[in-house]
Design a protein around this ligand. Structure first.
Ligand SMILES: Cc1ncc(COP(=O)(O)O)c(C=O)c1O
Length: 310
């Protein structure tokens, strides 16, 4: 069975969904995207799409910033995604990639007088970082792009050059992930994750004005920490040296889930193993995203009308 994509306003085999080499977004990074996880629940034979509505609401905001006309409502986007996931019928964890982009086949740097288009594809997707052992991180020599350069609260493709430079530098230097600082030297985020610290028993994370993507996993963890562990999260500027003295540190993201950070710049975090609060949040989060927690089922959209048995 071929993989399907949604492209040019219709479902078609993924192999036939192609853009031309003159496509504006390819040249100038003028596209907005989302990454949505489908989490396979083998006991139920069901694929749960996590917080899909929130992802599409964020895509709408990104498109508004980039002057991209997204011709579908959030409800319609959710419906199209569910249909696409069902057509593909995977029985493993997946990643859904919707993208709205400047599709004109033309040369010229601008946002105006251009056509827009939209596609979605689905691909199998396992763990992104080692969620069991944890990640060894470095503070990047690359600084996070500022809101006045390319707004990081918009998930714009062009912005990811900043992330890619940091990620590859980290990897070439033997680390798993990079943590980027703002121009002012405050902690911003990982190349594709938000950062949390445990400091004197409190959860601390960079605030919305520190050039972060307002992560949906970040929001999930803030809510789970409050509701289930009674731990509040303080959103504030975070110094680099606080990374070194934190009792615990972890990264959050659709790809990374909740990944413990066990080392930063060759300094152990805590005892060099995943911390207690991190482990509790990780467990809660994994139950929630696979539809195993009735309290948070509203966040999980089942994609399959009838149960699929592996
Ligand atoms: C730069 C960046 N920060 C943070 C995140 C985490 O956001 P979310 O939890 O919504 O996936 C992502 C991933 O989408 C990202 O690319």
């Amino acid at each position: 069975m071929p993989d399907f994509a949604f492209f040019n306003k219709q479902f078609m085999p993924l192999s036939e969904a192609k853009v031309g080499i003159m496509t504006h977004a390819l040249h100038y990074g003028t596209a907005c995207f989302e990454g949505i996880r489908g989490n396979w629940n083998s006991e139920e034979g069901q694929m749960y799409l996590f917080r899909i509505k929130d992802h599409y609401q964020r895509l709408q905001k990104s498109c508004h910033i980039l002057k991209i006309n997204l011709p579908y409502s959030v409800d319609k986007l959710c419906q199209l995604t569910v249909e696409l996931v069902e057509r593909n019928g995977y029985q493993e964890d997946i990643y859904v990639r919707p993208m709205a982009y400047k599709s004109s086949q033309t040369v010229g740097v601008r946002l105006h007088y251009l056509e827009d288009d939209f596609f979605i594809f689905v691909t199998p997707f396992g763990p992104y970082l080692d969620i069991g052992k944890g990640a060894r991180c470095c503070v990047s020599t690359w600084r996070r792009i500022d809101d006045n350069m390319i707004p990081p609260r918009a998930k714009v493709t062009g912005l990811y050059v900043n992330s890619a430079l940091a990620k590859t530098e980290a990897w070439e230097n033997g680390f798993d992930e990079a943590i980027l600082l703002t121009q002012e030297g405050h902690v911003s985020e990982g190349s594709g994750e938000n950062v949390f610290l445990v400091l004197q028993g409190n959860l601390v994370t960079p605030s919305s004005t520190d050039n972060i993507l307002m992560g949906i996993t970040r929001d999930t963890v803030i809510k789970l920490a409050k509701n289930e562990l009674g731990v509040d999260t303080i959103e504030r500027p975070v110094d680099r040296s606080e990374l070194y003295i934190a009792e615990e540190c972890f990264l959050t993201g659709t790809a990374a889930h909740v990944t413990p950070v066990i080392e930063i710049d060759h300094r152990k975090v805590g005892n060099g193993k995943a911390g207690e609060i991190t482990k509790k949040l990780q467990q809660l989060y994994f139950d929630v995203i696979r539809g195993k927690s009735s309290k948070y089922l509203d966040w999980c959209t089942p994609a399959y009308r009838s149960k699929l048995v592996a």
